[in-house]
Design a protein around this ligand. Structure first.
Ligand code: PGA
Length: 253
C-alpha cells in the first residue's frame, strides 16, 4: 500500500437495497472520468452484507472497491446463528473489511475479538480498516492518546502485514454529530497514531491513517491541509452520490 495513496471509504452502515447501486454507478462514473484522481486515490464502499456479492460483481475492474462493515470474530464456519465470517465475505468479492467500528464496540466487541477479526480478515486476503477513537469523556479528561494507544497495541501485532492494514481514527464524539476535531489536534493525533504503528510493525513507513466523523463536502477543506491524513471514512455523506463526489472534488481541487 503506497504511503501517498489517499482513500475515500464510504460506510453505508444499515443502508441500501439492490437499486441503491445507482449511487455507486454515479460515483464510479465520476472517479473514472478523472485521470488525476485515479492515480492517487482509492474509492471503497462498504454496503451491508446483502449487497456485497452483486455490487462486487458489477464493479469488478471498475474504480470502486467493495468492502464489508464487520465479520464474526472466530473461524471460517461454525454454529453461530446469524453470523458471517471473513472467509464468506471474501468469497463474494469484497476486498476490504472494517473492524472495530464504535457501533460494534458498543455492542460488545472486545480488543481480543477485534484482534481475531483482524487476523481472520488478513488470512482471507482482505485489507483491514481498523477503527479507533476516544469518546467525549476521554477527550475531556485528556485521555485520548492513552485510549488510542491501548486500542491499537491490544489489537495489532508485528506478524500482521502492515501493508494490508489501514487505521481509521474516528473520535466517537464526532460520528454523526457534525462536530470535527481542531485541525491542529487532528494533526497531532494522526502523527501519534503513526508513531505507534511504526513501533509495532518496526517500519519507517506507517500504514495509512484515515480520519472519520462527520466529514462532508464543506468541512473537507479543513482537512486537506493536513497531509499526514491518508484519507477519510465517511458515513452519512456516502449514502448520496452528490455528497460523496463533493467531498472528493473539494478535497483535491
Ligand atoms: P459519519 O460516520 O460520517 O456519519 O459521522 C462516520 C462513521 O461512522 O464511520
Amino acid at each position: 500500500m503506497a504511503n501517498n495513496m489517499k482513500y475515500f471509504i464510504g460506510n453505508w452502515k444499515m443502508f441500501g437495497v439492490s437499486k441503491s447501486i445507482s449511487i455507486l454507478s454515479k460515483i464510479n462514473k465520476f472517479v473514472k472520468s478523472d485521470k488525476k484522481f485515479n492515480k492517487k486515490y482509492r474509492t471503497v464502499i462498504t454496503p451491508p452484507n446483502t449487497l456485497i456479492e452483486s455490487y462486487a460483481k458489477f464493479f469488478l475492474n471498475q474504480k470502486i472497491s467493495i468492502g464489508a462493515q464487520n465479520c464474526y470474530h472466530k473461524d471460517n464456519y461454525g454454529a453461530n446463528t446469524g453470523s458471517v465470517s471473513a472467509l464468506m465475505i471474501k468469497n463474494v468479492g469484497a476486498q476490504y473489511m472494517i473492524v472495530g467500528h464504535s457501533d460494534n464496540r458498543t455492542e460488545g466487541d472486545t480488543d481480543a475479538m477485534l484482534k481475531s477479526k483482524v487476523e481472520n480478515s488478513l488470512n482471507n486476503k482482505l485489507k483491514v480498516i481498523l477503527c479507533v477513537g476516544e469518546n467525549k469523556i476521554d477527550k475531556k479528561k485528556n485521555r485520548t492518546f492513552k485510549v488510542l494507544k491501548k486500542q491499537i497495541v491490544n489489537v495489532l501485532e508485528k506478524k500482521f502485514n502492515y501493508k494490508d492494514v489501514i487505521i481509521a481514527y474516528e473520535p466517537i464524539w464526532s460520528i454523526g454529530t457534525g462536530k470535527i476535531p481542531e485541525p491542529k489536534d487532528l494533526l497531532k493525533t494522526t502523527i501519534f497514531i503513526k508513531k505507534i504503528l511504526k513501533n509495532i510493525f518496526k517500519t519507517s513507513n506507517s500504514p495509512a491513517v484515515l480520519y472519520g466523523g462527520s466529514v462532508d463536502g464543506t468541512n473537507i477543506s479543513q482537512f486537506k491541509r493536513i497531509n499526514e491524513i491518508d484519507g477519510f471514512l465517511i458515513g452519512g455523506a456516502s449514502k448520496s452520490d452528490k455528497k460523496f463526489i463533493d467531498i472528493i472534488k473539494n478535497y483535491y481541487k
